[in-house]
Design a protein around this ligand. Sequence first.
Ligand code: SF4
Length: 451
Amino acid sequence: MSHSTLRPELLMPAGNFQKLKFAIAYGADAVYAGVPVFSLRARENGFKRDAIRAAIEYTHKQGKQIYLTMNIYAHNRKVDKFMEMFHEMADMQPDGFIMTDPGLIQLSLQARPETVIHLSTQANATNWATVKFWRDLGVRRIILPRELTIEEIADTRSRVPDIELESFVHGAICISYSGRCLISNYLNLRDANQGTCTNSCRWQYQLAVEQGSLLDTENLPENGEVYKPLQENYRLKEANPHEGRYADAEYEIDEDEHGTYIMNSKDLCAIELLSELRAAGVCSFKVEGRNKSLYYAAITARAYRRAIDDLIAGRSFDSNNFKELASTSNRTFTSGFLKRNPRHTAINYDDGDSLPTTHRFAGIVIDYNPSTGRATVIVKNRLQLGDTVEWIHPHQNVTITIDAISKSNGESVTEAHGGLEYQIPSPFEPDEYTLLRQPLAMNTTIAERTL
Ligand code: SF4
C-alpha cells in the first residue's frame, strides 16, 4: 500500500474514564491509558485496576482500540510485580501494551508471545537499525522519538517497511531526550522515569552564581573558531520554591560549543504536517496529555479528527482546526524537530505554565430539562448574565449570550461560581458530551503563536 493511502489512526490520551469517553465522542480512533504504578503518569493516573477493565470494555463496545501504558524503567524490586500486573492486564485483552524496558518487553513476549507491544517513545528508537532490532524481537509498533525529522522517519520506513510507526503530533514536550530525564529526581526526589515527574524543567529559576556571561547563542563560533569553555560555575535555583520541594536544590548548568541548554519547551503542534507524516509512513498520530482537561481532550480530538478526515478525503488543510487547538491552554506551539532542529525557537522563555489564550473552559453539561430548556452545568470558571459562551458538541458549536442563571433550588442569580452547579438556558438539546467555553479578550494573536 502506498503510504499516501494510509488511513492513520488518531490516538488520544485517556487520563481517566471521563476523558476517555470524551476523546472517543469527539473523534479518537484509539486511546491510551496508564496502568497504576507502572506507567509514566503515576501521580496523575485516573485509572485504578477495575476502571481499566471497564475502560477496555467500553472502548471495544464503541468499536475503538485501547492501549495500556506500562512504560517505566523498572528496578529489580519491581520486575516480579510488573509481570504480575502484566498478566492481570493481558487477561483483560487490551489492543496493545506500551512498554520501554527491554528486559520487561522480552519477559512479556516470552510469557505471552501473542502480546502486541508498542515500543514507548521513552526507548529512543532513533534509527532504522534499532527499529529493525525491536521488530525482530517481536514488537508490533514503534512510537517514534520526538527528536526525529519527517525525512528520517521516511528513511526508517523505507528500510524497515514491515513495522507500524506512531508519531506524536501534539502536546507537551520534555526538554530532555523524550523523557529520559533526571531533573525532577535530582531536584525534588521525584523520578520522571518512575512516573512522578514534578515538571521541574518548567519552574522559574534564578542563577545561583552571577559572574561572567553565558554564551551568546545568537553569535555562535563559526566553523574553525575555537570555543572557549566557561570558567565560572553556574547553577540554577528555583526562584520561589513551592511547599514540599527541596528549597536548597541547585541544578548545575553547562554549555558546549553549541550553546547553553535551558529548559521549558513550547508544546508540539504538527496538525499542518499530517500529510507529510502520512507520506513518511506514519500510521498513528498520537496526542500527548493524559493530565490535561476534559476540554483539551475534546477539542484536540475534534480538531485532529477533522484534519485527518480532510486529509483522507483529499481536502486542503482548514486553518480553523489550528485555531481550535490554540483555544486550549498551551505554552505556545512548535513543530519540534519534525522539520528541523528548532533550537531556541522551541523554548518558551516567558512562562512555564500552560495558559488559556483565546478561550477559557467554562463548564460541563451534566443534565438537561426539556420542559424548561435549561441544562445543568458544572461551572468551571465564573460566569455572569450577559457573558458570551459557546456551547460545544462533537458536531456543532453554538454561541449565545447568557440571559438567565438559576441555582438548583430554582433561585435566579446573576452569576455562577466555579465548581458549583447551575441551570442555564441551552441553545440545543445537549447530551453528556456538551461543554461550554468562553471567548477571551485576546492579548496574544493567533499569528503570534504559530508554528
Ligand atoms: S522535568 Fe521536564 S523534561 Fe524532565 S521528565 Fe519532567 S517534564 Fe520531562
